[in-house]
Design a protein around this ligand. Sequence first.
Ligand code: 26W
Length: 816
Amino acid sequence: MKPTQQNQFDKTAFQTSVKKHLGATYATTIEKASSRAWYLAMGRALAEITTFDMLETEQDTRIRNAKSVNYLSLEFLIGRLTGNNLISMGLYEQINDAMNELGQSLTDLLEEERDPSLGNGGLGRLAACYMDSLAAQEYPTVGYGLHYEYGLFKQSFEKGHQKETPDAWCGVEGYPWEVARPELAQQIGFYGHVEVYQDEGRERRRWVPGMSVKAMPWDLPIVGYQSETVYPLRLWECRAIAPFSLESFNNGNYFEAQHALIDAGNITKVLYPNDNHEKGKTLRLMQQYFHSAASVRDILRRHEEVGHSLESLPEYETIQLNDTHPTIAIPELMRILIDEKDLEWAEAWAICTKTFAYTNHTLLPEALETWSESLIQRLFPRHMEIIYQINHLFLQEVRAKWPGDVAKQQKLSIIQEGFHRMVRMANLCVVGAYAVNGVAALHSQLVKRDLFPEFNELYPGRLQNVTNGITPRRWLKFCNPGLSQLITDKIGDEWPAKLDQLEAISQYANDAEFQQQFMAVKKANKQRLADWVKTNMDIELDANAIFDVQIKRLHEYKRQHLNMLHILSLYHRLITDPDFDMAPRVVIFAAKAAPGYHLAKQIIYALNMIAEKVNNDPRVGNKLKVVFMPDYRVSLAEIIIPAADVSEQISTAGKEASGTGNMKMALNGALTIGTMDGANVEIREEVGDDNIYIFGLDVDEVEQTRVAYNPYDYYNADPLLKASLDLLLGDEFTPGEPGKLRATYDSLLDGGDPYLVLADFASYVQAHEDMDKQYRDVSGWAKKAILNTALVGKFSSDRSIRDYVNNIWKLESVKR
Ligand code: 26W
């Protein structure tokens, strides 16, 4: 084991530091301090330790001349830092003890921390897991993101409808873990024009921005598990440069100048709440450039500060683009190299195309980013010129490969022709990157087969796969202490860093005593969740029931409405068929809908109304409960996931790139009910057919079914389906107001059922029946649950990171 803070921890000094922060930073006293003040002071005291480690880690990397990865992402959904960092630092027990002596309970203090909700869903959470695994394995890293003032909105329900309120994650006091780095601030321009000038007889070009703002970095410490390695997650905040417009001030136009100050502050005001749906808003493109430009400059600063040449950039730095959101970093690096550093086009392009790599996270057409050429032209005139030139040279390659094939040129061009010409960001990425990867085996195959088949021919080997992963530190050790202890008792305590070792647990899958212990832990976790639900929602749950969980963003392709139809079918059978028997079941949802996504919000509303009725209908008794937990976020997932018996992963095959909640729940001993989509395919490979419930059409069948799909065929042929759907038409769930839930009904019938919900209904119901039977065989179920935990070691994000390191980034780890 590596040295940790444990060895050097000085309790008295730490307590003194906490007390100092209580007074000096938060202006309160030991006698008067609230829990929140204690949490903040403790956080600051801890952050002092990690800040020093972070600076030392950076020095080590420099001294060793090591290559670093720069992970560029508009989202990092890191979740609360305190508990996790304590585990990584190996200080959990000591701090618990130290705070106890100060009269504070660590568990209570940890609950004071707000979630930094700086992401929407899967993509942002993946970035956070990857930072954790990079630090744990000591691969030099800087994470670059945005310091939004408001993260993803907070969700509440009013009469069943989603209501959004702003999430000021920093609070008024600031977030205790972050440290400002004003000496690393950058100036970022927008608008303006391109100037052409002569330099020693050569024509040169330069961008003269029309306005500039300041990018101010805040570093959050990402602490490596059981190491003293700490990497920065560097989040840029937009600040106005004051006086913003000297001219306005000089004209005495003070208020106009102030207005400009306010506008500048807007760039990082709020995270865009869309997940898998692109909206094309100007401010969003400004965010993207602000993020890319500040990050690229910081990377070049680090590179040049140690005296490396520009040509050697790819030897020391690689830049990973998390989806296309930071694509503008490619023309930005080109612009700096050519206009500011005086390199030739070919030299600059050679550097760029050895530095950038791109991860694709979605195939949904509405999520693939395109930006209007005229908008880019207005905001970034020099970048538009560079994009034209990249495209011009690229189309020459296309013509050489497919002479005379105009259709190919049109299809592959970075510029999409038409009345409004658009820039296709994914195409720009594939052309400008040395590696492109999908996020699960199936998804990467579809990237090659359907999204970029020509690119795969043009650039053989560039398109790759890296199957996603999750950090076992947060998603088992921290969130499920009961199961963690049980595992450690059997196989020792190395598994959080070597998750493959869990396989050794499978030898106990048939062991009656272990089964009983495993299920006792599950039951305790279910009770913890039931207590939360009782306290916060006043719904009584029985911890013996099946806990059937679907937690993810609300989206038609994820098919929460298929789950809804299953609930309606159970309800229908319970109230109409006296012979119908089922194991008691609690169906748990948590999901946010994008504020502008009408149908998604209607589905939330319907589920809430159905829950209200089902939970209080005496005919149902306690056989069926439905719970829609408000405000899904990382800290809520940490309570739900350890309590899940059944994991719902029911997207239309081909639509979910990977999924990561599927991995988290399997690791915590839930059985998956899922389609052959995303990483479900690989989970099945690992756990075996007997330990997962696969149903529905596969990718090829989806394609065939679509050819002549008519949802009414299924509706008319299946009485259970018809009865379930028809429940949405009357006033069963909205007494006195029939038809209020018909939006879902309409979309599934007259709307054409774009995600083939009705086609998969029968096999979904059948899979649930099989599961229900299995659940009543307590020992049989326990065995399957244990095998899920034991056999999903592959999905540690440590393995994903090693895949990136070995196949794409080519880094060495720097051990401290
Ligand atoms: C521009 C609007 C927008 C915003 C976010 C478009 C696309 C996105 C993300 C790429 C959507 C996303 O989070 N995708 C998810 O990425 C996860 C991590 O790879 C996968 O596990 C999920 O399957 C995928 O939906």
